[in-house]
Ligand binder design. Structure first.
Ligand code: B1N
Length: 830
């Protein structure tokens, strides 16, 4: 009887459903207006652009949810091996345009809105960025999610739902100030709050011993419990029905009451104290390189790891009884070492809660984990003070000690008495502050350790993890980063997208980017040149308008738009760029009128955030403004040189700037940029690259040919010797001159810039600006010469786009799927 009842119920439900949501223009308009009335709660006769955006976003979200349900239903039915991607940062940017493009309903929405008297693009501009990350590592995670969905992999992303993302940068008198990013204040239509998907996450307390079935066991008696609540963010694939899930956790006070504090009558304080739990997911750490061993950071890491693993294990247990099957069903990818406490957590769950014996549990852990390292320097690797870890996660500390003890026993078999080596490889670093080396923990367990470019993997093998490489060479793999062409061409450069599809005669490159190489054939075609140049001009116009709105500087469209946008770091050498600009300015100042006529006009655009506590980087930003003030107001210079700093650089700014640039600069001292992914976005958009032979630029040169880019500077293997010679190295006269101009106060703020100048003068020039300066100027001169010959330039530009196929995150993901995760696509039927 019960069964029949259920059947009748589900038939009734099905009958009430209208099939799939319809995507014709009238249905879309109706949906949007319904959301205006019932979701945004405005009258359909009176709503503004922002409200229209909200309603539009909700109607897109409905369509996302539809596919997302179907995908998960299908994954559940097929039960394939899944990849779980754990990352403390995801830089998703905006979702609207990307979603409608991936869902394949962009034109329908554009028409529907036009008929309602709205413009899709204007509404899209209303959306703020989801900036839950610092830079390359986090944007790479976002690109990977897009590729995982598009290629139909059964994947989940897991991270933290920060209340405040990366700070907003505002510039006052040329100085950076930081403001909080209130990104959730006006609601977030792209997430689905799952109040019923929540897990307790424990902290602090003590470890006790217990006897269970005659066996001694450890149990952790935690001192604090915080609830992790899931917020799901559907990620649609392109050209497929699959939509995967990015599940972000928010911290909420636990609803298990501590009766005592309530009975003592201190009701208000008891509530205030509980509320503090929420601080865990409050704010993203804005330093992308330095680790200060902060308690809150450790709590963030464990919080999202613990909730994610509870979720993963629950899903596993729904269908499986035996943990032997765990590695057949689950691959866990950790994005840098930030989630590496998950290794100790898996051991804790398997040993303490599931009562597996240690070696069995360790065997399972070693088969499920793989890690991608993004750091280059041993100093860039994360360490957590033992005292801190022991206080926040006492049982995990014990587990890490046990893992280390067994690692040392194993190492002794291979390296016997080589105590130096053992201490380098130990997970525990002795010293003034005894610490846990999270990278060593990851290396001990993960079956695969990925570098993010070939040069980077070499550095990992020969320097950073030399000892581990000698022991386990098979673990080390190169997975050169990539970016998604959906976001970086289709969404951000629609004119280029149409040109590519037209000349290739197909849109198939959007899913299979290798086809883009077909453009090479037309690299000299005058008709393509005309279309290409028009496209560039339109994009430059958009960028010029943006620059004028933000900075009041008017720029000429005939000038070369020369761009460096990325986080501000000494190793990325924005200072080299500025000193180069000063040199250019100085040269033009000393020219007569006839020489001036031969100068290629430039608009030098710099953008990027400095970590709030990073003084040198902040001085670089100020210097950029000081130089801009001087140059832009100098009547001798006019349109020959303009300098602009674009404030608050983020993903959506990148989407506007990249398509509008002619030349982009990637100036890291060789050996310091693990990969760099900005250069790939410029490459796809046909912007020429001026770069050092570092990170992925080396592989770009192989794909497009060195003749199609401007390479300069010391090579990776020359850098150590150059540093050794450091003190005797004078750098070029030109370099000395421009630094002197800054020192002497030519751009004002003499005292303030003194310490900045000290960083690059003899003896202190760690990043070799002095050494590379002459070669940098030559590369810049070569770029000027190439720009004069617009046909040649356009050809180089076409060849850049044509050679960008390798740098799609689709290729990267396929390599991960095959070589690290052992997963297969699982395509939801239409
Ligand atoms: O990861 C990118 C690379 O393309 C860049 O070269 C690399 O610098 C970047 C701590 C980091 N490395 N390390 C970080 C980020 C946040 C944080 O809290 C470190 N980011 C990179 C993608 O592979």
């Amino acid at each position: 009887v019960r069964k029949g009842g259920l059947k009748a119920k589900s038939e009734k439900m099905f009958g009430l459903m209208d099939g799939f949501l319809k995507n014709d223009s009238v249905s879309l308009q109706k949906d949007i207006l319904d959301h205006v009335e019932f979701t945004v709660a405005r009258s359909r006769f009176n709503f503004d652009d922002f409200e229209a955006y909200q309603a539009l976003a909700h109607s897109v979200r409905d369509r996302l949810i539809e596919r997302w349900h179907d995908t998960h239903q299908y994954f559940k039915k097929k039960d394939p091996k899944r990849i779980y991607f754990l990352s403390l940062e995801f830089l998703m940017g905006r979702s609207l345009t990307n979603s409608v493009i991936n869902l394949g309903i962009q034109d329908q929405y554009a028409d529907a809105l036009t008929q309602l008297g709205f413009d899709f693009e204007i509404l899209a501009e209303q959306e703020g960025d989801a900036a839950l990350g610092n830079g390359g590592l986090a944007r790479f995670a976002a690109c990977q999610m897009d590729s995982l969905a598009t290629l139909d992999y059964p994947a989940w992303g897991y991270g933290l739902r920060y209340q405040y993302g990366l700070f907003r940068q505002i510039i006052v008198d040329g100085f950076q100030h930081e403001q909080p990013d209130f990104w959730l204040n006006f609601g977030n239509p792209w997430e689905i709050e799952r109040v019923h998907v929540s897990y307790p996450v424990k902290f602090y307390g003590t470890v006790e011993e217990e006897v269970l079935n005659g066996k001694k066991c450890k149990i952790w008696i935690p001192g604090e419990s915080v609830e992790a609540v899931a917020y799901d963010n559907p990620i649609p694939g392109y050209g497929t029905r699959n939509a995967i899930n990015l599940r972000l956790w928010a911290a909420k006070p636990s609803d298990q009451y501590d009766m005592e504090s309530y009975t003592t009558g201190d009701y208000i304080n008891a509530i205030v104290n509980r509320q503090k739990a929420e601080t865990i997911s409050n704010v993203l750490y804005p330093d992308d390189r330095s680790y200060q061993g902060k308690e809150l950071r450790l709590k963030q890491q464990y919080f999202f790891v613990s909730a994610s693993l509870q979720d993963i294990i629950r899903r596993f247990k729904d269908l499986h009884k035996n943990f032997d099957e765990f590695p057949e069903k689950i691959a866990l990818q950790i994005n840098d070492t930030h989630p590496s406490i998950s290794i100790a957590e898996v051991m804790r769950v398997l040993v303490d809660e599931e009562h597996l014996d240690w070696s069995k549990a360790w065997g399972i852990a070693c088969r499920i984990f793989s890690v991608t390292i993004h750091a280059v320097q041993p100093e860039g690797l994360e360490k957590i003070p033992v005292d801190l870890l022991g206080s926040v996660l006492p049982r995990h500390l014990e587990i890490i000690y046990e893992i280390n003890f067994r690692l040392m026993e194993e190492l002794k078999k291979s390296f016997d008495q080589d105590y130096d080596r053992l201490s380098r490889m130990s997970i525990i670093e002795e010293g003034a502050v005894k610490s846990i080396r999270m990278a060593n923990l990851s290396l001990a367990c993960c079956h695969t350790v990925n570098g993010v470019s070939r040069v980077h993997l070499e550095t990992l093998k020969t320097r950073v993890f030399k000892d581990f490489y000698e022991l386990w060479p098979q673990k080390f793999q190169c997975k050169t980063n990539g970016v998604t062409q959906r976001r970086w061409i289709v969404v951000s450069n629609p004119s280029l997208c149409s040109i590519i599809s037209k000349w290739l005669g197909t849109e198939a490159w959007i899913r299979n980017v290798d086809l883009i190489a077909g453009l090479r054939e037309y690299a000299k075609d005058p008709d393509l040149h005309t279309e290409w140049k028009n496209m560039k001009k339109v994009n430059k116009m958009r960028l010029a308008e943006y620059i004028e709105t933000l900075t009041s500087v008017k720029v000429s469209l005939d000038a070369m738009f020369d761009v460096q946008i990325k986080r501000i770091h000494e190793y990325k050498r924005q200072l080299l760029n500025i000193l180069g600009i000063i040199h250019r300015y100085d040269c033009i100042k000393n020219m007569d009128e006839s020489d001036k006529r031969r100068v290629v006009p430039r608009v030098c655009i710099i953008g990027g955030k400095a970590a709030p506590g990073y003084e040198v980087a902040k001085k670089i930003i100020k210097l950029c403004h000081a130089v801009a003030d001087k140059v832009n107001s100098d009547p001798d210079i006019g349109d020959l040189l303009k300098v602009v700093f674009i404030p608050d650089y983020n993903v959506s700014v990148a989407e506007l700037v990249i398509p509008g640039s002619d030349l982009s600069q990637h100036l890291s001292t060789a050996g310091h940029e693990a990969s760099g992914t900005g250069c790939m976005k410029f490459l796809m958009n046909g912007c020429l690259l001026l770069a050092t032979a570092d990170g992925s630029a080396v592989e770009i040169a192989e794909e497009i040919g060195e003749a199609n880019m401007f390479l300069f500077g010391a090579k990776v293997d020359e850098v150590p010797a150059l540093r050794e010679k450091g003190t005797t190295l004078k750098g070029s006269l030109q370099f000395a001159r421009v630094v002197r101009m800054v020192r002497d106060g030519y751009f004002g703020f003499k005292d303030y810039f003194k310490s900045l100048c000290d960083t690059v003068e003899d003896g202190g020039d760690f990043y070799l600006l002095g050494h590379d300066f002459a070669s940098y100027l030559e590369a810049q001169a070569a770029a000027d010469r190439a720009f004069v010959d617009q046909e040649k330039w356009t050809q180089m530009s076409i060849l850049s786009t044509a050679g960008s196929g390798k740098f799609s995150s689709d290729r990267t993901i396929e390599e991960y799927a095959e070589q690290s995760w052992g997963i297969e696509p699982c395509k939801c039927p239409f």
